[in-house]
Design a protein around this ligand. Structure first.
Ligand code: UDP
Length: 449
């Protein structure tokens, strides 16, 4: 009888399908949201590409913890050994648009014929996969868009067509960027946001309120529910064996935590350029020399898919090298929270930026891609929690920046005041009664109705 009742309840729960773009920085926040929705009593199907699905090694733990969380996977249309990094980004985009779109439609149809789950009543689709909106509209399913970028970046992308019409260019983007097919893709995908029922942003109101009020008249209802990894900790983290980093597609090196334990308080600069960027050999060398001359201990994530041959030729090896420790992949949230870490040299990906803000770690920003350029500018000029290196990469600048951020002078003190204030605001937004906490409840209500 109890089993029947449970099955009946499950059969009547709203069924949400969440579909992230197949990249680390998209999967992590969207999986955090999936768990939060399950915790609130919703049924969630989390859709990955097959390639990424195989790399998520904690799937069993997720399903045990959340019985209403189910995983599905479909092909991204690329051969298994395709590098799927930034250098080949458009291959992935084009393949998804052609191959994955029809598989997605087939999956929705097959889910609607299943007897043990209700049909999908709402799709939360990544905002750079407009084909999901096309399919959902044809099948008359409600769509909510999840954008994994900052509000200031979303607003910049939305404004680009207007700037081009006026023969102007947005403040952060160079003319090189405007001609880049990757950039054009992001700008074009962004314009579909107005077709969604609502937009979810991984940010918090006190951080981006001016830009949020600027753009809200032009967009559907916006739900700001970030920093999601921190909201996850408030609502799930303490009562679960899982960590929000369990959605990592790579195995993290835990030896770096032992190395960090041996370093003095706030002395280490953590260096990581995210999951996607590929640095050139000469850039690797400039960073290496700059970090070495700074004389500060550093922990550097040098992904082995990042020009592996070049980095080997240059003599980079994993483990201790000079004043540094080099690893393939870090348990980043734990690293940033470690007492020895005093700064973060980052590419300004939005997840990394939020993780650094929450941990109260100041940043040196070395942005490459358009969204990172916008974030970097805001970090230094608006929020004043980092130093913008722009895309300059020479050893003297690296050394100078590391010293300015890590040594206890006027510049560090001023930045630390903003960093501490900002970290407090981030924590408040995800605690009981905070804006992101409340907005998540409102989003759940919208989905339920
Ligand atoms: N990350 C990690 N270990 C690493 C490097 C990155 O766990 O060694 C995680 C990081 O915590 C973040 C994500 O990978 O959540 C990277 O996302 P982000 O938006 O910062 O950059 P992207 O990889 O999309 O460029």
């Amino acid at each position: 009888l109890i089993l029947n009742t449970f099955e009946e309840i499950e059969a009547n729960m709203p069924h949400i399908l969440i579909f992230p773009f197949p990249a680390q920085g998209h999967i992590k926040p969207m999986l955090c949201l999936a768990e939060l929705l399950c915790q609130a009593g919703l049924q969630v199907t989390f859709l990955n590409t097959r390639h990424n699905h195989r790399r998520l090694n904690k799937l069993q733990d997720f399903s045990t913890r959340f019985p209403t969380l189910h995983f599905e996977s479909i092909s991204d249309g690329l051969p298994e050994d395709h590098p799927r990094n930034l250098l080949h980004f458009m291959d992935l985009v084009n393949s998804i648009k052609t191959v994955t779109k029809s598989l997605f439609r087939d999956l929705l149809i097959s889910l609607s014929h299943k007897s043990d789950v209700p049909p999908v009543s709402c799709i939360i689709a990544d905002g750079i996969m407009s084909f999901a909106i096309d399919v959902a509209e044809k099948m008359q399913i409600k769509v909510i868009i999840f954008r994994t970028i900052s509000a200031c970046c979303l607003w910049s992308y939305l404004c680009v067509p207007k700037f081009i019409d006026q023969h102007d260019r947005p403040y952060s983007f160079g003319s090189k960027q405007l001609e880049d097919p990757n950039f054009q893709f992001f700008v074009k995908e962004t314009q579909v946001v107005t077709r969604a029922s609502a937009v979810i942003l991984n940010t918090f109101d006190t951080l981006e309120s001016p830009v949020l009020s600027q753009m809200s008249p032009f967009l559907p209802k916006i739900y700001t529910i970030g920093p999601l990894h921190a909201l996850w900790k408030t609502r799930i983290g303490n009562s679960s064996q899982l960590s929000s980093s369990d959605s990592n597609l790579r195995e993290a090196n835990s030896a770096c935590m032992t190395w960090l334990d041996l370093q003095p308080l706030k002395s280490v600069i953590y260096v990581s350029f995210g999951s996607y960027l590929v640095l050139k050999g000469e850039e690797l060398l400039e960073f290496w020399h700059g970090l070495k001359s700074s004389d500060k201990p550093f922990l550097w994530v040098l992904r082995q898919d990042n020009n592996n041959t070049i980095s080997k030729e240059l003599g980079f090896t994993l483990g201790t090298m000079g004043n540094g420790f080099i690893i393939d992949w870090a348990p980043q949230e734990e690293v940033l929270a470690h007492k020895s870490v005093g700064g973060f040299l980052t590419h300004c990906g939005w997840n990394s930026s939020l993780e650094s803000m929450v941990a109260g770690v100041p940043m040196i920003c070395w942005p490459k891609l358009p969204d990172q350029l916008v974030n970097s500018k805001w970090m230094s000029e608006v929020w004043k929690i980092g130093i913008d290196m722009k895309d300059i990469c020479d050893r003297t600048t690296v050394e100078k920046m590391v010293r300015a951020l890590m040594e206890d002078g006027d510049q560090r003190q001023e930045i630390m005041r903003s960093v501490d204030r900002n970290s407090k605001l981030a924590s408040e937004s995800v605690s009981h009664g905070g804006s992101s906490f409340i907005n998540l409840d409102m989003l759940i209500e919208e989905i339920k109705t």
